[in-house]
Design a protein around this ligand. Structure first.
Ligand SMILES: [Zn+2]
Length: 329
């Protein structure tokens, strides 16, 4: 018997019927949330599997273009490119070579596909022989010398046709240096997506296989953030916005949902989050072992990132997620 002076709430009323559940869902994934990271290598006809990231490959340029067509056909709006150069040197000079691997890849994609956004990662660690994110003196990464090279790298990506540049190095002042360099060349309309709060995380392990960018000595703790800090993350994000960032990013995503939420609430900026290689590898490995339902956990992990406040996410699951969205629309 229903009692008119009941003293508890019946939340389940909205849960019995799947149609009602769909109507009241607060966070819904869409294909516009997705950015797919891709790795490009020199050579031709190459599609190398990345061992620690099942389903992820290093592509030579023409294979990358094929891959981008598939990505576009699935309805994913954007890719982000990481280059593995032919030659590495102390200064990472291929990073800003007009005929560097990323520059070639951008031109090849843009020649064939006009409705896919090409974002480029701007850092030096893939290009330096020592695997560090900047110019060294001894074992120290020099800040101000590095940011002028990053600005050259960003300009050369845009000259090749990149739609957005995404500095990931965590040097101080790089967003301002890049903004000034782009504006000076007349690229006023090119947005900067800054990796604003990037932590020194153990979750990046598999990426270093994919991008061949493990440091030869030491670590990245002199520039990436300490895992315990959130107030500092807000100061980093604030500085990047002041310097000219148009989109701010938190990286990694899943273990840093609190940071995403605070950044979104405090700054109301377009906010990206990077579901990194280790987050992907763990879900994949457990799925392949039959320990979890991979598809279900993938969707749950991405929904959590969006629910925390991210407007878009870089994820190696982008193609799988787009297929799931297409199937469930
Ligand atoms: Zn780097």
């Amino acid at each position: 018997m229903q009692n008119s002076n009941y003293n508890f709430k019946r939340f389940r009323r909205l849960r019995y019927n799947p149609i009602i559940r769909d109507m009241v869902r607060e966070t819904v994934l869409t294909k516009n949330d997705l950015i797919y990271p891709l790795f490009v290598v020199p050579g031709s006809n190459i599609k190398n599997p990345v061992k620690s990231m099942p389903g992820v490959f290093q592509h030579s340029v023409e294979k990358l273009v094929e891959e981008c067509k598939e990505v576009r056909d699935l309805g994913i709006p954007a890719v982000i490119l990481f280059g593995i150069p032919e030659h590495k040197d102390e200064q990472g000079s291929e990073a800003y070579d007009p005929n560097g691997i990323v520059q070639k890849a951008i031109r090849a994609i843009k020649k064939e596909i006009n409705d896919l956004l090409v974002i480029t990662d701007v850092c030096l660690c893939e290009y330096t022989s020592h695997g560090h994110c900047g110019i060294l003196t001894g074992e120290e990464i020099l800040n101000d010398e590095t940011i002028s090279v990053l600005a050259k790298e960003a300009v050369s990506h845009v000259e090749a046709g990149a739609d957005i540049v995404a500095p990931s190095d965590m040097m101080d002042g790089r967003v301002l240096a890049i903004r000034k360099a782009l504006d000076y060349k007349g690229y006023l309309k090119i947005p900067i997506m800054s990796y604003a709060a990037k932590y020194s995380s153990g979750y990046y392990g598999p990426f270093r296989d994919a991008a061949d960018s493990a440091p030869a000595f030491g670590d990245r703790k002199s520039h990436q953030m300490d895992i315990g800090n959130i107030n500092e993350a807000l100061r980093e994000v604030e500085a990047d916005i002041e310097e000219g960032a148009d989109i701010v990013m938190v990286k990694p995503a899943g273990p840093y949902l609190d940071v995403i939420r605070k950044v979104k609430d405090k700054f109301n900026m377009p906010t990206a989050a990077y579901q990194v290689s280790g987050e992907y590898a763990m879900i994949k490995a457990a799925g392949q072992n039959g320990w979890i339902d991979e598809e279900r956990v993938m969707i749950e992990s991405l929904t959590a990132i969006k629910r925390a406040g991210a407007d878009m996410f870089l994820t190696y699951f982008a193609k799988d997620a787009a297929r799931w969205i297409n199937k469930n629309e």
